[in-house]
Ligand binder design. Structure first.
Ligand SMILES: [Zn+2]
Length: 557
C-alpha cells in the first residue's frame, strides 16, 4: 500500500497552458512492484478506493504543517548525499527542521500521535468520503446540471468542521464550487505557498455497487482502512491540508509566508471548469510566477518496516484519447458482407494491441534516477536487480537487460513508456440490421520522452495495413493517408482526438539544485525522522523524483 504526497513546483508552466488537464484515474505507482507487498487480498479488489489512513494521514498533515512553518527556502549548493559514493547516483537534500517554531511543531507532533487525533482524523476523512461528489464526463457547467448540487454538502461539511479556517481565511469561490482560501502572511517579500487538492471523485458504476466490500460512499473505517471513493484520491489532500491549517490556527500561529489553498472540482475530467477557472483567478489575483511552491497530489510514499521511500512526482505523462470511427454501408443482416463495421473495428483494436508502444529507460529521466535511489536503500530489493540497476548507469547492455526485467511488470512499463487502453466501444442497434457505424475510444498516457504527434504517427502506421486489408478509405487526424473517398472502397475509417483534450507530457519540474524541491525533500526527510509513526530518527529515508502515470492539476491548473 502506498500513500501519496505529491507536488508540482513549476506552477508557471501550468498557468501558461491553455489546454485543460485531462483527469486521471490511476494507480498511484510504486517504483517497482516487486517491492510493493501486501498480504491483504482486498488490495486486488478496490485498489485506491481506500486509504491506510492510520499511518500516513498524520504524516501528510505533519508535512504540510512543516512546510508552512519553515519560513526560508534552503540553499541548494550543498546537497547531502545518500551515501559517500552515491553523489552522482541519487543526490538528496538535507533534513530541514523549523528553528523559530520548533516547539510548536513538537507540540503538534505529539498531538498528531494521540489516539484522539487519529480517531478524529478517520472520522473527518470518512465524513468527506460519504459525500458523493462524483464527476461525470458530460456534466454541464454549475447551475445547469443538478449533479453539482452535492458539492454544496461538501462545502457545508468543510465550513462546519474547520471552524478556524472558516473564520480566519479569506474564501473565494470560483465557478460556484471551486474553492480558494487565502491566509495572509506578514512578509510580503516571500512568495506564497500554494497547496492544492480536488474535491471530486470518479463515479461508481451502479451495477458494481453490490460487489464492494463496503459501500463506495460509506467512508467506513474498518480499523485499518478507510473505504470509499475519494479515500485516497483525493480527499486526503483536501482534508489533510485543511487539518494542518486548522491546527496551526488553533495554536495562534501567524505565517510570514502567505498560504493559498486551491481545491478544484472536476479534476477527474480534466479541470474543464474548476482547474481552468482557478488558474485564471490565481493569475489575475496573484500575477504570473507568483508562487514559491505548488504542492499537488502526484507521487507516492512507501512505508516499509525498515525504511521510507518518497517519490514526489516531478514528471507527468501526456494524454491522448483516440477515437476510431468506422462507417460501412448498411443493410439487412440476412445478406451480410464478409466484415461488418464492428468486425473491422475489432480488427483495428486487435492490431493496436498487437503493436503496443515500446517502453524505454532513459538515463536522464526521473524514473531512472528514482530506480537508482531505490537500489541504494531498499532492503527488499534482490541483489541481482540492484546490481543491474547500478550497472545500467554506464552499460547499455545492462540497461537493455534491466528493461527486459522491469518491463515484465505492467506498472514499470507504464512508468517508462506510452500506454494504450481501449476503454469505450460502441456499435450496432439491432440484431437484424447491419451496423453502419461503430466506434472505439482508446486512452493513451504519453511518456515524457514522446509526444502527441508521435503517438498519432504510430497509430496511423500501425493501422494502415488493416485499412488496406479491408479496402477502407482513411482520414487520419485530418489527413487522408489512403486516397480520396471512393465508391470502390468498402468503408471509411476516421481517426480523431475523441474529446479535443490531447495533452503533451508536462515539462519536468527541475529538481536538481532547486531550492523549492530541496525544501520539500528536506521537509519530508525531517518529518519522517521525527514522526511518532516510526519513532526512529535513524530510519533510512530516501526522497527521489517521481513520475505520475497520468496527469493532474487542481486540480487542473
Ligand atoms: Zn486525483
Amino acid at each position: 500500500m502506498t500513500s501519496k504526497v505529491g507536488y508540482n513546483i513549476d506552477l508557471e508552466k501550468r498557468l501558461q497552458g491553455s489546454v485543460p488537464k485531462k483527469g486521471h484515474t490511476q494507480a498511484h505507482p510504486t517504483l517497482l512492484s516487486s517491492t510493493s507487498s501486501s498480504d491483504d487480498p482486498r488490495d486486488v479488489l478496490q485498489g485506491e478506493d481506500r486509504a491506510w489512513f492510520s499511518h500516513w494521514k498524520p504524516f501528510l498533515a505533519g508535512l504540510l504543517l512543516s512546510l508552512v512553518v519553515v519560513q526560508q527556502f534552503p540553499r541548494s549548493e550543498q546537497p547531502v548525499i545518500c551515501s559517500p559514493n552515491a553523489s552522482s547516483v541519487c543526490p538528496a537534500a538535507s533534513p530541514i527542521a523549523p528553528s523559530v517554531h520548533a516547539d510548536l511543531l513538537k507540540q503538534l507532533e505529539i498531538s498528531y500521535a494521540t489516539e484522539g487525533f487519529k480517531i478524529n482524523s478517520f472520522a473527518l476523512l470518512g465524513g468527506a468520503v460519504k459525500i458523493p461528489t462524483e464527476m461525470f464526463d458530460d456534466m454541464k457547467v454549475p447551475g445547469q446540471d443538478p449533479r453539482w448540487d452535492v458539492f454544496n454538502q461538501l462545502h457545508g461539511y468543510i465550513d462546519s468542521h474547520f471552524i478556524q479556517v472558516y473564520r480566519e481565511l479569506r474564501k473565494t469561490t470560483i465557478n460556484t464550487y471551486g474553492l480558494v482560501y487565502h491566509w495572509q502572511g506578514s512578509n510580503p517579500d516571500l512568495k506564497p505557498l500554494l497547496l492544492t487538492a480536488h474535491q471530486d471523485v470518479v463515479p461508481v458504476e451502479p451495477l458494481t455497487v453490490d460487489t464492494w466490500l463496503y459501500p463506495p460512499f460509506s467512508g467506513t473505517w474498518d480499523g485499518k482502512w478507510i473505504w470509499g471513493r475519494g479515500s485516497c484520491d483525493d480527499k486526503p489532500g483536501l482534508i489533510g491540508s485543511l487539518t494542518a491549517i486548522e491546527k496551526l490556527l488553533e495554536k495562534g500561529f501567524k505565517p510570514q509566508r502567505t498560504i493559498v489553498l486551491a481545491f478544484g472540482i472536476d479534476e477527474e475530467r480534466g479541470g474543464i471548469v474548476g482547474g481552468t477557472g482557478i488558474r485564471d483567478y490565481l493569475l489575475s489575483a496573484y500575477g504570473p510566477n507568483a508562487f514559491a511552491l505548488l504542492i499537488d497530489e502526484g507521487g507516492t510514499l512507501e512505508a516499509h518496516s525498515d525504511g521510507v521511500i518518497a517519490t514526489p512526482a516531478v514528471a507527468e505523462k501526456g494524454h491522448f484519447d483516440l477515437r476510431m470511427s468506422i462507417s460501412t454501408p448498411g443493410g439487412h443482416s440476412s445478406v451480410p458482407p464478409e466484415h461488418t463495421s464492428i468486425g473491422i473495428l475489432a480488427a483495428l483494436i486487435a492490431e493496436l494491441e498487437a503493436n503496443p508502444f515500446t517502453p524505454h529507460l532513459y538515463r536522464n529521466e526521473p524514473y531512472f534516477t528514482a530506480l537508482q535511489c531505490q537500489a541504494l536503500v531498499d532492503p527488499e530489493m534482490d541483489d541481482e536487480l540492484r546490481d543491474l540497476i547500478g550497472k545500467a548507469r554506464y552499460s547499455d547492455k545492462a540497461l537493455a537487460d534491466l528493461e527486459e526485467r522491469l518491463f515484465r511488470n505492467p506498472l514499470s512499463r507504464a512508468l517508462a513508456g506510452t500506454t494504450q487502453a481501449t476503454d469505450i466501444v460502441h456499435g450496432g442497434v439491432k440484431t437484424n440490421a447491419l451496423p453502419e457505424n461503430a466506434f472505439a475510444i482508446v486512452n493513451h498516457r504519453i511518456a515524457g520522452h514522446s509526444s502527441v504527434s508521435t503517438v498519432k504517427t504510430h497509430i496511423a502506421a500501425v493501422l494502415l495495413p488493416i485499412v488496406k486489408k479491408f479496402n477502407l478509405s482513411l482520414d487520419a487526424f485530418g489527413e487522408s493517408l489512403n486516397g480520396e473517398l471512393s465508391q470502390k472502397t468498402s468503408g471509411h475509417l476516421k481517426l480523431s482526438d475523441a474529446w479535443g483534450t490531447a495533452l503533451e507530457p508536462a515539462p519536468v519540474t527541475p529538481w536538481l539544485k532547486n531550492p523549492a524541491y530541496d525544501l520539500l525533500a528536506g521537509t519530508i526527510l525531517n518529518v519522517v525522522k521525527t514522526s511518532a509513526r516510526w519513532n526512529n530518527p535513524d530510519i533510512p529515508v530516501i526522497v527521489a523524483p517521481g513520475t505520475m502515470t497520468g496527469n493532474t492539476g487542481i486540480t487542473g491548473i
